[in-house]
Design a protein around this ligand. Structure first.
Ligand code: FES
Length: 174
C-alpha cells in the first residue's frame, strides 16, 4: 500500500476528492459510496455501477474522478468501463435528458415526466431518438431531493420539473 492510500484508510472521514470543483452533489454521493467500500480498488465495478446510477452514464470526468479516488490508473478504469456492457460511456444523442427516479422524485411525479418524455420522443429510457438528437436516461437520486422532481438537461440540474416544462426544454433545443 502506498503512503497516500494508507493515510486515507487511517482517516476515512477525509475523502481525497470530496470537493469536486463542479459543486455537483452527485460527486459527494459517489464519495460516500467510495468511502463505504473503503477505497478498495477491488470494488471498482460496484463503484462504477453506483456512478452510472447517479449520472446516467459514465462520462470522462466521472471515470477520472473514480480513478483518482481509488488511486488506479485511468486506463484500468476505462478498460473495465468499456469491457462490461452494463456500462455506458456516453449517450449518443446531441442532447441528454436524465430523469431522476429516486424516491423523492418518484413521490413528486418523476414517473409521469418519464412516461410523457417517452411518449413525446417515441423512445424508451436508455434510448436515443432516431434523429440522434436526444438521449433519455434515468438516474437514482441526483442529490437534489429538495427540488424534486429533478431532471438534468445537458448537464444542468433543473428542479421542480413537470412533464410540460421538460418537454418545453426539448422543444426549444431541437
Ligand atoms: S431522489 Fe431525485 S434528486 Fe434525490
Amino acid at each position: 500500500m502506498n503512503p497516500a492510500s494508507a493515510s486515507q484508510t487511517k482517516n476515512p472521514k477525509k475523502a481525497p476528492s470530496a470537493n469536486h470543483s463542479s459543486g455537483d452533489k452527485r460527486f459527494k454521493m459517489l464519495d460516500a459510496t467510495i468511502k463505504r467500500y473503503q477505497y478498495q480498488q477491488d470494488a471498482l465495478i460496484e463503484i462504477l455501477h453506483k456512478a452510472q446510477e447517479l449520472f446516467g452514464f459514465l462520462e470522462t470526468d466521472v471515470l477520472l474522478y473514480v480513478a483518482h479516488s481509488l488511486k488506479l490508473p485511468p486506463s484500468r478504469v476505462y478498460g473495465v468501463a468499456t469491457f462490461y456492457h452494463l456500462f455506458s460511456l456516453a449517450p449518443s444523442g446531441v442532447h441528454t435528458c436524465v430523469v431522476c427516479t429516486g424516491t423523492a422524485c418518484y413521490v413528486k411525479g418523476s414517473q409521469t415526466i418519464l412516461t410523457e418524455l417517452e411518449k413525446s420522443e417515441n423512445i424508451r429510457a436508455g434510448e436515443t431518438t432516431s434523429d440522434g438528437q436526444v438521449s433519455l436516461l434515468t438516474a437514482r437520486c441526483l442529490g437534489a431531493c429538495g427540488i424534486a422532481p429533478a431532471v438534468v438537461f445537458d448537464g444542468t440540474v433543473l428542479g421542480n420539473q413537470t412533464a410540460e416544462s421538460v418537454c418545453e426544454w426539448l422543444r426549444i433545443t431541437h
